[in-house]
Design a protein. Structure first.
Length: 299
């Protein structure tokens, strides 16, 4: 999406359509098991798979900073609670409390089943164009204010090590905020990529919403819930709304657009929201992309 925006900004094109979809039977898990990812040949021998790779990051953070299990449960519950009231979410109607998270079965310590994202069918599409063209259309334009990428290695080829990738995305966030002259305090809600509960805590620290080691406390007391100080994954994210292959990469900026336009269900609308942050990737994947979006262009 950032590449498309750059192509438009540089005059290489005027309008770009980005689309992706995934469908198939998921009762047969042979289509989703870890060895279907070619690069996993480098780590499968050691018993690593996606949940375990992200779990390594959570375990290290808990050891270094004393992050509590309750914080992970609060993150998962907050995000899943959004999906529970979104009519288009895969998990619509399925409420989730922190106790529900802690009662679910273990997957990769400290992650339990409800700490993890889902796998689903689905699709997404976005249209990007020039600001001038957008203003002539019968829609409310939402502007890309800035964006940046942070790569630390080949995803799922080497095991993530906290000292190397614990803060992946920090550079991308700093670059993004510098491009638009904004900071964490200017963000009204954050569509953070949520493959696993701790990844939200890690991103909040890496992006400067709180200090290092403070993310566990930051997410408590309803702060990241829909009516909190910084709502996160307001449609239910990949834990509850949908996680459909590459299409989920569009979900975060797409939902930011819908939220800024006021087009989400009333119970999921963030009042007077003007600036959003959207991300993809995470520490276990060794990369993190960051984008800021707003109702008004950068002046």
């Amino acid at each position: 999406m950032l590449e498309a925006a750059q192509a438009i900004q540089s005059g290489q094109c005027e309008t770009v359509v980005i689309a992706s979809a995934q469908c198939g039977e998921y009762t047969d898990h042979s289509s989703t098991v870890s060895w279907t990812r070619p690069e996993n040949e480098f780590v499968e021998t050691w018993g690593l798979y996606t949940a375990a790779e992200f779990a390594l990051m959570a375990q290290r953070h808990m050891h270094l900073y004393g992050t509590k299990r309750e914080a992970l449960s609060e993150v998962a519950s907050a995000i899943r609670s959004n999906g529970a009231v979104h009519p288009e979410a895969v998990m619509y109607g399925r409420t989730c409390t922190p106790a529900d998270v802690e009662a679910s079965r273990m997957v990769a310590d400290p992650y339990r089943l409800l700490d993890c994202c889902i796998t689903s069918e689905g699709g997404a599409a976005m249209v990007l164009t020039t600001a001038e063209r957008a203003r002539d259309l019968d829609v409310t334009p939402i502007y890309i204010l800035g964006g940046s990428l942070d790569r630390q290695g080949m995803s799922y080829v080497t095991a993530p090590i906290w000292d190397k990738v614990g803060w992946v995305g920090r550079r991308a966030a700093r670059n993004t905020f510098a491009q638009c002259g904004l900071g964490p305090k200017d963000v009204d809600f954050a569509e953070l990529y949520d493959p696993f509960s701790f990844e939200i805590i890690r991103q909040l620290e890496a992006f400067g919403f709180c200090g290092e080691g403070e993310g566990g406390d930051f997410v408590m007391n309803g702060r990241i819930r829909i009516d909190g100080e910084l709502p996160v994954a307001t449609n239910g994210g990949t834990m509850s709304f949908s996680h459909a292959g590459v299409a989920q990469l569009l979900q975060k900026p797409l939902n930011a657009v819908l939220q800024l336009r006021g087009e989400l269900p009333p119970q999921l609308t963030v009042p007077d929201a003007k600036v959003a942050l959207a991300t993809n990737g995470g520490s276990g994947a060794l990369f993190c992309d960051v984008m800021a979006l707003g109702k008004e262009p950068v002046r």
